[in-house]
Design a protein around this ligand. Structure first.
Ligand SMILES: NC(=O)c1ccc[n+]([C@@H]2O[C@H](COP(=O)([O-])OP(=O)(O)OC[C@H]3O[C@@H](n4cnc5c(N)ncnc54)[C@H](O)[C@@H]3O)[C@@H](O)[C@H]2O)c1
Ligand SMILES: CCCCC/C=C\C=C\[C@H](O)C/C=C\C/C=C\CCCC(=O)O
Length: 262
């Protein structure tokens, strides 16, 4: 798709990978509604980006990415402000091996609600123009990662959900090109959860060891690389729709291209 002049929503855009998504989109002259549950930091990030890329290019709105009403109002605000909506990104997720219900609720719930509302607003079956939806899953969704079985399973469900919705049976109805981005361990605030024994659970010591190794070898994924992958997937959306773009090193690999008809 052509990104110059396109309109996007990034839910969870105030920090880390989401912030990198916003910057990468703005670099390509895409307009961005940066949505986040944290008002103060969201506004700060949006203002910093506005001073760099233009005040008409980016704006902030408070949004809980697991709340259907918030997601709908956020998408509609972007459409109303700029007269169109092309790209919907939801980046929300948690890791808490001590609370499986909440992990499933948030990680899978945010994916299902985002797809539901995106289809409602952009779906060809609802009179919309189609568009693109991107969800952040995790490399743990497709690579073996026994350290965090509940988190990994929730993210695998996100990948499989998107893959299912991109089957021709569904795509022929809604016309929205959907994909997931699956980074490996990325240097953001999210990894601080490793210090919380309750949230990591029985693999706490092993997790600490892995992070120590990452630090010693500086083998983190950088948020900028994830932003670069987003742009690559958007610019090649016809070919990459339905795939999970996995970033376990600087070079991505793509999994699960849906084929055929049932
Ligand atoms: N950092 C990693 O190693 C890594 C790797 C793969 C996938 N992920 C996924 O990326 C996401 C975390 O992003 P990050 O690593 O950039 O962390 P981060 O903490 O730097 O940023 C997360 C952002 O999401 C916002 N947010 C959290 N809950 C929200 C909600 N309910 N509604 C709206 N906004 C909300 C936060 O306020 C924050 O701005 C999760 O989905 C996680 O599973 C992270
Ligand atoms: C064990 C570390 C716990 C803290 C890290 C916090 C969050 C990370 C979440 C990511 O979504 C996990 C992503 C990928 C893990 C999958 C494969 C890892 C492959 C091993 C490696 O990259 O070294």
């Amino acid at each position: 798709m052509k990104l110059d002049g396109a309109v996007s929503v990034v839910i969870g855009g105030a920090n880390g990978i989401g912030k990198s998504y916003c910057e990468s989109l703005l670099e390509k002259k895409c307009r961005v509604l940066l949505a986040d549950i944290q008002t103060e930091v969201g506004q700060q990030t949006s203002e910093m980006l506005a001073s760099r890329y233009g005040h008409d290019q980016v704006t902030f709105r408070k949004c809980n990415g697991v709340c259907e009403v918030d997601i709908r109002e956020t998408l509609l605000e972007a459409k109303l402000r700029w007269g169109r909506l092309d790209i919907v990104i939801n980046h929300v997720g948690i890791l808490d091996e001590g609370n499986w219900k909440e992990v499933m609720d948030i990680n899978i719930g945010s994916a299902i609600l985002t797809a539901k509302v995106t289809e409602e607003i952009l779906g060809k079956n609802n009179g919309g123009p189609g568009g693109v939806m991107v969800l952040t899953a995790s490399a743990a969704a497709v690579l073996p990662f026994p350290l965090m079985p509940i988190y990994s399973t929730s993210k695998a469900a996100v990948v499989h959900y998107v893959r299912s919705l991109m089957h021709p049976l569904h795509y022929s109805r809604h016309g929205i090109r959907m994909m997931t981005i699956c980074p490996s361990i990325t240097k953001t605030n999210f990894i601080n959860v490793a210090n919380d024994r309750d949230k990591i659970g029985v693999m706490y010591e092993k997790a600490k060891e892995l992070l120590k190794m990452k630090e010693a070898t500086n083998s983190w994924i950088q948020p900028k690389w994830v932003g670069d992958l987003l742009i690559h997937m958007l610019e090649n959306d016809e070919e990459l729709a339905g795939t999970a773009g996995v970033l376990n090193s600087k070079t991505p690999k793509y999994y699960y291209k849906p084929r055929g008809k049932l």
